[in-house]
Design a protein around this ligand. Structure first.
Ligand code: NAD
Length: 487
């Protein structure tokens, strides 16, 4: 029998009332991995009530130093169970084991430690106001938890993104009901064990699983007991969640899709730029919201960059995700592969030249049932073509030449999204100048996906609403009451 992953409500793993289950399959092999219990509406209701109960019972009023200490214990416990988290993450996603160790699980630990530090150091805003009659008033804003927060996360960096929200939410004294992606149910369950072992009161962290329309995610965002919604996922689902959540007039934080550009100037150190570009296009098989899918290259170095990036694509090793030498795993599912392959077709119909890839690899027995795809580069497309306008979320980029800095900026900003951009140049002033003109939430110069967790993260346009990270997270996960005292 397959392992069973259950919902976690009110401090215990729930026994299902009826057999509402779905099967989670291994993206690398296509074989069934686990049976996941779906939460029905009454169970989601129970999760929200349990969360409310934990707040009332005292979590919302627990001293900050105790909440920070709990977050640090959670980080230590993840560290103690590091390889268990790594194995669960690799099993669910098919990502390379080295990446799960160095990025996903390492960042989960860092998320807990960083938000413990941030909440412990946070002060309150205060203003001394001079009144016309010469007296003064003291204003200070007391930040209180939002209350019950719905946390909905996608499958691409499941543990990293889950802890990115759960750590600050709990640090601020909220209770959470988490809805992981149906593709990646495992690590949210492990985290339930860790948080309970760290001493989190029952009900402050709940997990409900669901799949498709009319399921846990929808029950959660329409539940009147939910007082804030933080959602990471596609722009299309974000729009649906916005619509569904509107009647409650609740704070929302949306971290959505991207169609991120890189600009490569002709003054770059070509090898350094190629290393960075290769990482930004192919990391996690292109399934990071920050991945570069559009590369604008100065005409003087266009051929060098196209050939060099193709050569680096050729060095990627698609193999068993648990092998230490594997650099690139499969896509998350057959359904997602069909979507990405449709863009491969569309690009060819639009006249793209396929520099490398373009299809599906034959990896032999054992992996032939997986959602594998060839890393792919195109030239010959323009910003008018759908593969250059729409988020593909695969290991793929279009390379497009430019002649002037103004043209490059205009091309990069010609998109409905606004998440991230990367500028590659050795000209210091140009780096600053161009990065500031990117209409995005995060612009990198000569690097990519380098994150200080105290800095704001999020995007504009179709890429989202609001920012999280550092003080931005404290603002989102709290509601201020301003007190004004006439002195
Ligand atoms: P998705 O939108 O399909 O799903 C995200 C989550 O929403 C899942 O848990 C899903 O089950 C749930 N969901 C689906 N329908 C729902 C509904 N009607 N109500 C409530 N919840 C619902 O996204 P995905 O395919 O899992 O993830 C990939 C997308 O996420 C990409 O677009 C990527 O760019 C984006 N993403 C953004 C960021 C960011 O920080 N901006 C980070 C990672 C991924």
């Amino acid at each position: 029998p397959l392992p069973v992953i259950r919902n976690f409500v009110g401090g215990t793993f729930a026994e299902p009332d009826e057999e509402r289950c779905f099967t989670k399959t291994d993206p690398a092999t296509g074989t069934p991995l686990a049976q996941v219990h779906e939460a029905d509406r009454p169970l989601v209701d129970r999760a929200v009530r349990s969360a409310r109960g934990a707040l009332v019972d005292g979590w919302a009023h627990t001293p900050v130093r105790e909440r920070a200490a709990l977050l640090r214990r959670a980080a230590d416990l993840i560290e103690q169970r590091f390889e268990e988290f790594v194995a669960a993450e690799v099993g669910d996603t098919g990502k390379p084991v080295t990446q799960a160790r160095e990025l996903d699980v390492a960042r989960a630990i860092a998320n807990f430690r960083t938000f413990a530090d941030i909440v412990a150091a946070a002060g309150q805003d205060s203003y001394l106001t001079d009144l016309p009659d010469g007296r003064q008033a003291l204003n200070y804003a007391v930040r209180k938890p939002l209350g019950v927060v719905a946390v909905i996360v996608p499958w691409n960096l499941p543990l990293l993104l889950l802890t990115w929200k759960v750590a600050p939410a709990l640090a601020c004294g909220n209770a959470v009901v988490v809805k992981p992606s149906e593709e990646t149910p495992s690590t949210a369950a492990l985290l339930a064990e860790v948080l309970a072992d760290a001493g989190l009161p029952a009900g402050a962290y709940n997990v409900v699983h669901g799949f498709g329309a009319g399921s846990a995610g929808e029950f959660l965002v329409t539940h009147p007991g939910v007082e804030g919604i933080t959602f990471t996922g596609s722009s299309a689902t974000g729009t649906e969640v916005m619509r569904a959540a509107a009647p409650g007039v609740r704070p929302v934080s949306f971290e959505l899709g991207g169609k991120n550009a890189a600009i490569v100037f002709d003054d770059v150190d070509v090898d350094e730029a190629l290393d960075g570009l290769s990482r930004s296009v192919f990391t996690n098989t292109g399934q990071v919201c920050l991945c570069t899918e559009r590369v604008y290259v100065h005409r003087a170095v266009f051929t060098d960059i196209v050939d060099g990036l193709a050569e680096r694509a050729g060095r990627l090793r698609l193999d068993d995700p648990f092998s230490a030498h594997t650099t690139t795993g499969p896509l998350i599912s057959q359904e997602h592969r069909r979507k990405v392959l449709r863009y491969y077709d569309l690009a060819e119909q639009a006249g793209a030249k396929v520099v490398t890839g373009g299809g599906t690899p034959d990896l032999g027995p054992g992996l032939d049932g997986g959602a594998w795809i060839e890393p792919t580069l195109w030239t010959g497309l323009t910003n008018a073509d759908r593969p250059v306008r729409e988020e593909i979320f695969g290991p793929v980029a279009a390379l497009i030449p430019f002649d002037t800095e103004e043209e490059a900026i205009a091309l990069a900003n010609d998109t409905d999204y606004g998440l991230a951009a990367a500028v590659w140049t050795n000209d210091l002033r140009r780096g600053h100048r161009v990065a500031q003109r990117m209409d995005v939430g995060m612009a990198w110069v000569n690097t990519w996906f380098l994150r200080d967790l105290r800095s704001p993260f999020g995007g504009a346009g179709l890429s989202g609403i609001g920012r999280e990270g550092g003080a931005s997270s404290l603002h989102f996960y709290t509601e201020p009451t301003n007190v004004c005292v006439q002195l």
